[in-house]
Write a protein that binds this ligand. Structure first.
Ligand code: ZN
Length: 311
């Protein structure tokens, strides 16, 4: 099967009450771990590559690895640029075989965000590539949010409608309480997602795919492995899985997972290094780490995304 855009994936997910996972990959091993899980569960999948990961892996390697996967795996695979911070980077990825790009101009003012996003949409759509935009600040724990009205710093539904219509984007990342990184909440703070805002946005944008960023759940077993073998991330807290599952059943068609992949992969590597001090054959370490990614992604596809057997 060739690499595909997310268009059909999202319309099926919207109507089927599930989401498609977008998993951040930093190397080919992680990419294979993610793909193995998708094949095993017969799920559509989005391979997400950030600007930093693209630079590290090199665009041609990313492109051909994804093409190889699409030849080998009989499931729909989209190759997606995560958080493209410039119009130029998005165009480069469109030219480099990506089937989907995200332009993240959410740090700019509303009009600048619209102008930059619109430019990427015009370029991408002409070439058969879909575009994700972002509106609203997806917080990190360092941001102390002062809520002065019902929407606070979250995405305002009316802005979302105007943004979608004026840019022509294919999907929209919104801020409803998720956060990037492994420290989404302060210890003792109760994780909350604003489903009321999500519902309002969906009511004003029927059939339109919504994207959830910062949606790692920080599984306890993976974090324990990471911390048991020298890692030091004691206070990491993620989004509860039942909240993600609920979002997936609503208008959220794409759920991003980055931190969990890293905690899982590097936690397993830490463990293998500790347990096999006399080994130096790379596969002794890398195969279990790849298998751990496969196992965790399988769990997410089945229990959070709900996209198993939807390929
Ligand atoms: Zn993100």
């Amino acid at each position: 099967m060739a690499l595909v855009t997310t268009k059909e994936m999202f319309s099926k997910a919207y109507n089927g009450g599930y989401a498609v996972g977008a998993f951040n990959v930093d190397n080919i091993d992680i990419m294979q771990g993610v793909l193995n899980a998708a094949v095993k569960t017969q799920s559509p999948i989005i391979i997400a590559v950030s600007g930093g990961a693209l630079k590290y892996m090199h665009p041609a390697y990313v492109r051909y690895a994804a093409l190889a996967a699409s030849e080998e795996c009989d499931i729909p695979i989209a190759l997606h640029l995560d958080h493209g911070k410039s119009v130029e980077l998005c165009k480069q990825c469109v030219d480099n075989g990506f089937t989907s790009v995200m332009i993240d101009a959410s740090a700019y003012d509303f009009e600048t965000n619209i102008a930059m996003t619109r430019e990427v949409v015009e370029y991408a759509h002409k070439r058969g590539v879909v575009v994700e935009g972002e509106l609203g600040a997806i917080a990190g724990i360092e941001d102390d949010v002062v809520v002065d009205d019902k929407y606070g710093s979250f995405t305002h539904p009316d802005d979302a409608v105007e943004f979608v219509h004026r840019t022509g984007i294919d999907s929209l990342a919104i801020a409803i309480g998720t956060a990037h990184g492994a420290y989404k909440f302060k210890p003792g703070q109760k994780p909350q997602l604003r489903f009321d805002i999500l519902e309002e946005i969906s009511a004003k944008l029927p059939e339109f795919p919504i994207v959830l960023h910062g949606a790692s759940s920080v599984p306890k077993d993976r974090l324990d492995t990471f911390n048991s073998y020298g890692g030091q991330m004691p206070e990491a807290i993620g989004i509860p899985e039942d909240m993600l599952r609920k979002a997936a059943s609503m208008s959220v068609c794409k759920i991003n997972v980055g931190s969990d992949i890293r905690i899982c992969y590097f936690g397993e590597l830490r463990k293998m290094f500790a347990l096999k001090p006399t080994k130096f054959e790379g596969r002794e370490f890398l195969e279990p780490a790849r298998a751990a990614v496969e196992e965790m992604v399988t769990d997410k596809i089945v229990n959070i995304m709900g996209s198993a057997h939807k390929a």
